[in-house]
Design a protein around this ligand. Structure first.
Ligand code: AMP
Ligand code: ZN
Length: 112
């Protein structure tokens, strides 16, 4: 499958990987929107939030454990934001489920 984040997770395309294990990969966003901006993806291909089912949802809990660990490592003691854009209206541009983690500055709410 021609999927950018499958290729990053399998090291076919280089990226700055912050963490990986059998299930997930975390890497720096190539176009950072905050001083800290990384993405966390499942290594198996899940298209978006809408594709989460009982059979594949265990990895989602693991992703959030990894996010908490990485945010501590990155020193985001003042907080951070986790975002997953889904579909056209959500502004999703890469069709492999990913969670943005943004921190290091104050973030506006609501988003545009
Ligand atoms: P979204 O628009 O929510 O689908 O987010 C896709 C994100 O992937 C954007 O923030 C892009 O900057 C990021 N991105 C695209 N290509 C790469 C890449 N090769 N390495 C790291 N991040 C990427
Ligand atoms: Zn994929």
């Amino acid at each position: 499958m021609d999927c950018l984040f499958c290729k990053i997770a399998s090291h076919e395309i280089p990226s700055t990987i912050l963490y990986e294990d059998d299930l997930v990969c975390a890497f720096k966003d190539v176009s950072p929107q905050a001083p800290t901006h990384f993405l966390v993806v499942p290594k198996t291909h899940i298209a978006d939030l809408d594709e989460i089912r009982e059979e594949n949802s265990a990895v989602i809990a693991h992703i959030f454990e990894v996010i908490a660990k990485l945010c501590k490592e990155q020193g985001l003691t003042d907080g951070y934001r986790v975002v997953s854009n889904c579909g056209k209206d959500g502004g999703q541009t890469v069709g492999h489920l990913h969670f943005h983690v943004l921190g290091g500055r104050s973030l506006a709410w609501p988003p545009g």
